[in-house]
Design a protein around this ligand. Sequence first.
Ligand code: FES
Ligand SMILES: [Fe+2]
Length: 463
Amino acid sequence: MARIPITPFGGYLNPRSTEDDAALTSVGPRTPGGEYLRRFWQPIAMVEEVRDMPVPIRVLGEDLVLFRDKSGSLGLVHRHCSHRGTSLEYGIIGQHGIRCAYHGWAYDIDGTVLETPSEPPGSRLKETICHGAYRTHEHMGLIFAYMGPPDQVPEFPVYDTLVWPEQNKLVPYKLNMPCNWLQVHENAADPIHTAYLHSIVTGVQFTPSFAALPVLEFMETPQGLLAIATRRCGDNLWIRASDVILPNIAQFGTGFVDGEKEKFALCAAFTRWITPVDDTHCWVIGWRHFNDVIDPRHEGREDDIGLDKIDLMGQTDERPYLERQKSPGDWDAIVAQGPIVARAGENLASTDKGVALMRRQVRAGIRDVQAGKPLQQPRFHGKGVTPTYNNETILKVPQRDGDDQAVLRAFGHKVCAVVLNSDHLPVGERQAFVEKAVSDMRDSGAFYEGTQASEPKKEAANV
Ligand code: FES
Ligand SMILES: [Fe+2]
């Protein structure tokens, strides 16, 4: 932004900008951002939301109706009838498709007009019309939609964290946020907030370990970026490396880490999308993972996960306002940025490298779509399982005299580099491979190499 001269009491000179970056934040049909997001499968509902009545739903700025017909097939169609526009939320669900209540036109789930009963016998009107419809896909309690060009449907990506560890249980959830999708997604690339918002400024919201200021690093991955926060917890170092996946997906570790026990988890506690409802509303929608690797002490609370709820403080507006003012959570901080962040008024700082990188990646994707180029994501390996990079690693690497921050940086970087470079391995072998490589590095003192923390020892040995 154009900076103004430093002027105490100079608010008049610096009216808050309301300008947003529409290329990034727009989600409607034929907008740059909307065209990009439409190239991917997007989760739009929990399976449990679709029962025996049509569900009016708004996705990517489009008014739609979601229903399950009596043959069990899901339909996602334009809300307004192709005849004279009444809403199909009042439609009657049939064996195949849905029938408009107003004049009885019936549509199959692919938009085929099955009947126009008010027309004379022999009328071929229905052959000249196709109602707007989108493909859907059900996976582990969530309903996904593909709303892009019908001749460019991508394979549905099954991320490795969904199939490993083998006993992993996926519990779906969906939360509402009344703001643009991008600012919610940016939060995933902003790990420093986990120290300030979740501890230092507002009191401990997750565990006291989050209050330790992390050393940050951001690494590009084939699918987006890894936001790496490395903290010291006594003799242990803790990496919380969050996987930010293009265009609007992120994975995270748990909120319960105390840093006391060694841990190596190349998997996630959360895999979630930020699906735009329209330019100023979105859903946080995805799964919580339950398995012994990511949550060995079984601290997750499955009963607190689902529609409008998650077992992590501050992710909804359900707490009283005064309580949220005293200790605002992610929901409060992000929604309070405004319906759409006015990015022209920001002053990005050194901790915002991940946010800036993520924006560049999204912008590059938008440009690729505009130029008609194939997208690089999702990226598949082998039998359709897509490798990802989230990891929660705690290892004993005691502090030495010297530059401990450099040790933290080396630890975060070296562990995550192995995670990145092992993505060709089959999903069942990768965790063991990385765990061994990381322990070997620890045993050889690799995390102190090249940092001043290793030098006092060498000098002492030379005397
Ligand atoms: S408006 Fe739907 S059939 Fe007439
Ligand atoms: Fe947060």
